[in-house]
Design a protein around this ligand. Structure first.
Ligand code: GRF
Length: 201
């Protein structure tokens, strides 16, 4: 009898930790893709910096490990980031996924997770880094807008883009209607971009 000691694919399933701050709809789309069998990752944990993040309840009910690390309990950004990294590292993640995580990260944190830290930004980077992207795209007279999944580097919203999704901007659009159209795309884009990364496709 031949007994194989080669690790199976299951042993190699990439482990991810997802960081959220709020409703967590992008995190939910990733969990759903995993449960549907279209995304071969293990979600090791969902961590929030806000105790009231609605997404945490969903993750708990989905049977995922969760943690809340309230940034307000820490004296500085550096100490908060160190606490986050210590917790994240207990899960040995291959990928750390920012999904509506609304904190600026220190360079030390970003460098610690170099090439394994990704974010989704609601704009077609390099256009409209930062906040209020939908209103700014309308005000600028853009005819299209969208979302980008990108690697996180020390400079805000400036890391290499992995995948983007585009939507048209309609003459009737407000920031609210445009945000809804972009978010629909985000929910497809994030699982697809993660899949591209973990399968090297
Ligand atoms: C999304 O629009 C995402 O692009 C941005 O923050 C929002 C988070 O939404 N980074 P949710 O918490 O995933 O619902």
């Amino acid at each position: 009898m031949i007994v194989s000691t080669t690790p199976t694919m299951a042993d190699k399933t990439p482990r991810v930790v997802i960081l959220i701050s709020g409703r967590g709809s992008n995190m939910i789309s990733i969990v759903n893709a995993v449960n549907e069998g279209s995304l071969p990752i293990k979600i090791a944990a969902v961590i929030s910096n806000r105790p009231d993040a609605a997404g945490i309840n969903f993750a708990q009910q989905a049977g995922i490990d969760t943690a809340i690390i309230d940034h307000k309990a820490f004296a500085s950004r550096e100490v908060f980031d160190q606490a986050m990294a210590s917790k994240i590292d207990t899960y040995s993640p291959d990928l750390v996924i920012l999904a509506g995580f609304m904190r600026i990260l220190t360079t030390e944190f970003v460098e610690h997770y170099a090439n394994r830290l990704i974010n989704i930004h609601p704009a077609l980077l390099p256009k409209f880094k930062g906040m209020d992207t939908h209103q700014r795209a309308i005000d600028a007279g853009e005819t299209e807008h969208g979302a980008s999944v990108h690697f996180v580097t020390a400079e805000l919203d400036a890391g290499p883009v992995i995948l983007q999704a585009k939507v048209p901007i309609l003459s009737t659009d407000t920031a609210k209607t445009l945000a809804i159209r972009v978010l629909e795309q985000e929910h497809k884009l994030y699982p697809e971009a993660i899949n591209k990364l973990v399968t090297n496709s």
